[in-house]
Design a protein around this ligand. Structure first.
Ligand SMILES: NC(=O)C1=CN([C@@H]2O[C@H](COP(=O)(O)OP(=O)(O)OC[C@H]3O[C@@H](n4cnc5c(N)ncnc54)[C@H](O)[C@@H]3O)[C@@H](O)[C@H]2O)C=CC1
Ligand SMILES: O=C(O)C(=O)COP(=O)(O)O
Length: 656
């Protein structure tokens, strides 16, 4: 008879402040408790070999922690929280012990305030909000070394464009850093790949400085056209040079907006108000949005070759790096004027100096530079036809207050484990979609968790297929969030990886998991985004043979029912209906009267509370599957007794 108990007892997440404590919840087991019950790790001490050393070993493990250890152990003070817990469990597994007097399990665990490092000047409104939630440290002008030294004790980091958040920073954080907040738009100063690998969420504040940047672009455009900065400097030097500073008019001139996003479109609107003819180039902007603004979307070459003024508003990406270079300057109208309020790196600065010297570019007005601040002897900065500002696009009082509040809200939300609408390295789901998907997120994680526990040891999970059935058009179903949660459910029970929305796809790839998805339209309620979710694992054996469907895969399916509760509805070829709460026992039995009572009695005698029971069968009086929801984890002896009921052919205990 096949039987099993899940061998990996851990289930935890660390993207919230996570105080844990060890407690002897009864004479025979040691439990990790967690304040918001996401961590639950009962360890059966009867299997340990050296009882007296257990506690000592745990303390030794905790010496990898920065501060001295006392019970309760605070996971948040460890350098690698997710690894630490796993290590502790491993140490405990090598011993046999009962730890008496560890901690009172009923003792309340205080909320530990997260540490938030603010490395650049942030508006007071945002700081206030952060202070009401965590311990805020404002440390400006840290060197890269100082930042790496400091980051190991921080849960969140808030930066603007001046702090380079490199791979070294994430490495130095050793898993402690949960979120980087960019108080602004451009995230080219954050190593997103490294953040993703380390499961660190990156959020930005994409809207609050749009108008400030657009207004600065217009200020540079008008100021450059009329030589305002040069004339001012000349007068301050005691001169009166009216003939030297004759400008050019804007009205009737063609302005090419490169990057028709938030800032670009606001610049376009304002330029039209100045009487300019505005064209734009943006490979990803919808033509109808441009048309509605009275702007023609044109090709890159058309834009740069017809414009009198070119204003840059695209992000710095590998595709846009140095797109303004010798070759593209040579295609421009002689005497063109360029404004850059986007990123210095989109221009080859040496090539721009050459274009200015040759007169192809008459003037440039630059707020941003490849290297910030640029060197004091930069030929570009010193060029007499160039106007410069020290990255001031977002620097208005209004924008800075707005950005500070926007980022503080995003960071606090992320520390609370909420999904962020401004995440840049995780599925970004609009708030209304998020609330609609929330119950399915729980269902997805539980189905992943169940499916992987059905795999027989040594099978090696590789190919996973997820089928979403929905009454809605498959193209309107954004499944990224659900896929990530299924991956989390699959990976966490079988490894020491900490998986979150940020690193789910990356971790799956690293572990060699191939996830394919299918969206199927079915006749169901259009009010629900999803009718059912099915998880199949191919090419594996199951420790519960009945979970194998007709096509040879482990297959389980679930639905969200009755006010948002996730239910398991299909196991293999058997229909069942059991809510996915607590733990689950699946039994295959000969379909005959009295089975529910029999098994219920065995559990009742051991004081295991049955929360739900459901029987599913394919043919009457042949085989049936009984799904039993239990609040407590039954002792091994109890499960054994279930297995000894003559009509029961196989059973499995699964932890949700
Ligand atoms: N100087 C400053 O203080 C500030 C600078 N910025 C910078 O301005 C830029 C634009 O910001 P937003 O408008 O808020 O971003 P956005 O994301 O709303 O717009 C960027 C637009 O560029 C387009 N784009 C992408 N690749 C392109 C390419 N190869 N050619 C042409 N267009 C391309 C995108 O499709 C998008 O429409 C960013 O680089 C941002 O960092 C933003 C605020 C302040
Ligand atoms: O938001 C952006 O992209 C900006 O460039 C603004 O940068 P800052 O926050 O002023 O350092």
């Amino acid at each position: 008879m096949a039987s099993s108990i899940s061998s990996n007892p851990t289930s935890f997440k660390t993207n919230v402040p996570c105080p844990i404590k060890l407690s002897n919840s009864n004479n025979n087991s040691l439990s990790f408790l967690h304040s918001n019950s996401t961590l639950s790790c009962p360890i059966n001490l009867s299997t340990f070999k050296k009882p007296e050393k257990t506690l000592f070993q745990v303390v030794n493990v905790s010496k990898t922690c920065e501060s001295s250890v006392s019970f309760p152990i605070k996971l948040s003070s460890f350098k690698k929280p997710e690894k630490t817990l796993f290590q502790v469990v491993n140490v405990l597994k090598t011993h046999e012990s009962s730890v008496s007097n560890a901690v009172d399990p009923d003792e309340k665990i205080p909320f530990q305030k997260p540490t938030i490092l603010v490395s650049e000047k942030l508006g007071e409104g945002g700081l206030e909000l952060l202070r009401s939630y965590g311990n805020v440290e404002c440390l400006y002008d840290l060197s890269p070394e100082q930042l790496c030294e400091k980051i190991g004790s921080c849960d969140a980091l808030i930066v603007r464009s001046g702090t380079k958040v490199t791979r070294e920073v994430f490495e130095a954080a050793q898993g402690k850093l949960k979120v980087v907040g960019r108080a602004g738009v451009g995230i080219d100063n954050v190593d997103l790949q490294a953040a993703t690998e380390f499961g660190c969420l990156v959020v930005n504040a994409p809207t609050a400085n749009t108008i400030a940047a657009a207004e600065h672009g217009i200020a540079l455009l008008a100021g450059m056209a009329r030589n305002v900065a040069q004339a001012d400097a000349s007068m301050k030097a005691g001169k009166w040079q009216r003939n030297k500073y004759v400008g050019v008019s804007l009205v009737g001139k063609t302005l090419a907006v490169m990057g028709f996003g938030k800032v670009g479109s606001e610049v376009a609107r304002r330029a039209k108000g100045l009487g300019m003819h505005v064209i734009a180039h943006d490979p990803y902007a919808p033509a109808d949005r441009a048309r509605a603004a009275g702007v023609d979307l044109v090709s890159f070459d058309q834009a740069i070759s017809t414009a009198d003024f070119i204003t840059l508003h695209m992000p710095l990406t590998p595709a846009t790096k140095k797109v303004f270079n010798d070759e593209t300057f040579s295609k421009m109208k002689k005497g063109v004027r360029i404004i850059n309020v986007a990123r210095g790196g989109v221009i080859d600065e040496d090539a721009l100096v050459r274009a200015l010297d040759s007169g192809v570019v008459a003037q440039a007005a630059l707020d941003v530079f490849c290297e910030e601040p640029p060197s004091k002897d930069s030929k570009l900065v010193q060029h007499e036809n160039v106007t410069v500002t020290p990255h001031l696009g977002a620097s208005t009082k209004e924008a800075q207050e707005g950005v500070a509040v926007e980022i503080a809200e995003a960071v606090v939300g992320a520390l609370n484990g909420e999904l962020s609408a401004t995440a840049v390295n995780a599925p970004m789901v609009p708030a209304e979609v998020l609330s609609e998907l929330a119950p399915y997120v729980v269902l997805a994680e539980k189905l992943g968790r169940l499916a992987v526990q059905l795999v027989a040891g040594g099978s090696g999970v590789q190919a996973i297929k997820v089928v979403y059935k929905s009454a809605r058009d498959p193209d309107n179903l954004d499944t990224r969030l659900l896929r990530a949660m299924i991956i989390k459910g699959i990976i966490e029970p079988i490894s020491d990886s900490f998986v979150n929305l940020v690193n789910a796809d990356f971790t799956a790839k690293q572990k060699g998991l191939r996830i394919s998805e299918e969206r199927v339209m079915v006749d169901a309620s259009p009010n629900a985004p999803v009718d059912s979710v099915q998880v199949q694992i191919s090419n594996v054996q199951s420790k519960f043979a009945s979970a194998i469907s007709d096509n040879g895969d482990i297959s389980i399916e679930g639905k969200v029912k009755y006010g948002g509760v996730p239910h398991l509805t299909v196991v293999g070829s058997f229909g069942v209906d059991v809510s996915l709460e607590g733990n689950l026992i699946l039994c295959r039995q000969v379909d005959q009267p009295g089975m529910i009572g029999h098994v219920g009695n065995v559990l009742g005698e051991q004081n295991v509370n049955v929360s739900f029971m459901s029987v599913g069968r394919t043919v009457k009086r042949t085989k049936a599957i009984m799904a039993i929801g239990v609040d407590e984890e039954p002792a091994w002896e109890t499960l054994k007794k279930i297995g000894e009921v003559p009509a029961i052919e196989e059973f499995v205990f699964l932890k949700l």
